[in-house]
Design a protein around this ligand. Structure first.
Ligand SMILES: [Zn+2]
Length: 348
């Protein structure tokens, strides 16, 4: 019933690349299928069960009888994590879940159109820059030069096409079940959320495991998890300590880089949006990290080739990055909660 596709995904495998290896907390989730998986929104065969709703970290809601349409890969709800931490909350009643109902092939397609046009526009902006630049081997031509003028006109044309595609994507996002949440959340734009959803699929569904995903799995898929090195690992990290995952030469990461980039862009936009409910989350995180010291050697804060040593203060840039990451996790958690709520809504 579910076609697994992996369009444009960067990494799915797990590597144990050092003594002890990485603790991969459910990070092996494969990419979400996108446009090519034409999943029906309503599956045949209805079944009514008593459902114990338990959005992670949220208040326990009353168990209510709900009607779920049942796909072939029905399964019972696994233990959920509680949101900010990783405590496990056991669900008392297993219930039938309806599959990746929040995955929209149309949204995936619309996002791909934006991706394509954006890529072409950016490439030609770069060519235009090389025509006019006098540095870096540029041609140093003036804006009046006919070749420059022609390419500039083409870039404008491409920009217009991209604008049309973005409007189309925004329209699809507004009609998506998560559109209302997007609209109600200042600082999260339709275009940005749509592009994230195009990568992650249904935030509440783990396609390879054919069951709802936990919020920790969603974080891990987006590269926002923490990895623990159980053994000494090439001198870069202390044994047993948790760190944000980073790409390392010759080692393929097990998260989705595009998802991580989308999360990062959403969170950085939030920082620029004073009216966003997540702006205070950022401010609080910055305050929390202000006096923090490095636990691990940090290449970001040290001069090139000389990582800042454990015990040294975290730089302002590093504090910002940590706070943005914290915001991204909070946004994903809330997106996951809203998706869980939508999953538990009765359907016709
Ligand atoms: Zn640092």
């Amino acid at each position: 019933m579910i076609t697994q596709t992996t369009p444009g995904q960067s990494s799915t495998g797990i590597q144990t690349h050092c003594a002890g290896g990485l603790n991969q907390a459910a990070a092996s989730e494969a990419p979400a299928p996108m446009a090519s998986a034409l999943l029906p929104q309503i599956f045949p065969g209805q079944r009514t069960r008593g459902v114990q709703t338990n959005p992670a970290g949220g208040s326990n809601q009353q168990a209510v009888a709900r009607t779920h349409s049942v796909p072939t890969d029905t399964t019972s709800l696994p233990a959920q994590t509680s949101g900010d931490d990783h405590r496990v909350i056991d669900n008392q009643d297993a219930y039938v879940v309806p599959g990746p109902i929040l995955q929209s092939p149309i949204l995936g397609l619309a996002a791909e159109v934006v991706d394509d046009l954006e890529r072409v526009r950016k490439a030609n902006v770069e060519r235009l820059r090389s025509l006019t630049s006098i540095a870096d081997g540029g041609f140093g031509l003036t804006a009046e030069h006919p070749d420059v003028a022609r390419l500039a006109a083409l870039v404008d044309y491409l920009g217009g096409a991209e604008e049309v595609a973005v409007k189309s994507l925004q329209k699809v996002m507004r009609a998506h079940p998560l559109g209302a949440w997007c609209k109600a959340t200042a600082g999260i734009g339709e275009k940005q959320l749509a592009r994230l959803l195009a990568v992650i699929g249904d935030p509440y569904w783990n396609p390879p495991k054919r069951r709802p995903r936990t919020v920790s799995e969603l974080w891990a898929y987006c590269g926002l998890h923490v990895v623990h090195f159980e053994g000494k690992c090439d001198g870069q990290y202390a044994a047993g300590a948790g760190v944000a995952p980073a790409h390392r030469k010759g080692v393929q990461g097990d998260w989705n880089d595009r998802a991580r980039m989308r999360c990062w862009l959403i969170a950085t936009q939030i920082v620029k949006t004073p009216t966003s409910p997540y702006r205070s989350v950022y401010d609080e995180a910055r305050a929390k990290y202000a006096d923090m010291l490095h636990v691990h050697p940090c290449a970001r804060c040290g001069p090139k080739g000389e990582p800042a040593q454990p015990g040294t203060p975290i730089s302002a840039g590093h504090q910002h990055a940590r706070a943005v990451r914290f915001v991204a996790k909070r946004v994903l958690r809330d997106l996951w909660r809203e998706s869980a709520r939508l999953h538990e809504q009765p359907r016709a």
